[in-house]
Write a protein that binds this ligand. Structure first.
Ligand code: ZN
Length: 82
């Protein structure tokens, strides 16, 4: 239950943080920044986050990005559980 509450708070914080720079930083950021801020989706909690901030993981020939170690662990667990 605590973990779930932490998740919701974390996700809310993240989406809130994401909105602010978009409103204020128009024209301030260079085009280079955009390449750096590619948004990827966490396959576990479905949240979007900048690729560079994610946790990278290689499985087989695929590459995954997770918003947190907890999501990576959950993903691994799910794969093993099949
Ligand atoms: Zn996640």
């Amino acid at each position: 239950m605590l973990i779930l509450a932490g998740y919701v708070g974390y996700r809310t914080l993240r989406s809130w943080n994401r909105k602010r720079p978009l409103q204020r930083g128009e024209g301030a950021g260079g085009s280079d920044r955009r390449v750096d801020d590619i948004m990827v989706q966490d396959p576990v909690c479905k949240v979007y986050f900048p690729k560079k901030e994610g946790i990278r993981m290689h499985t087989d020939d695929k590459e995954y990005f997770f918003c947190s170690p907890a999501c990576r662990d959950a993903f691994l667990k799910d794969r093993q559980g099949v």
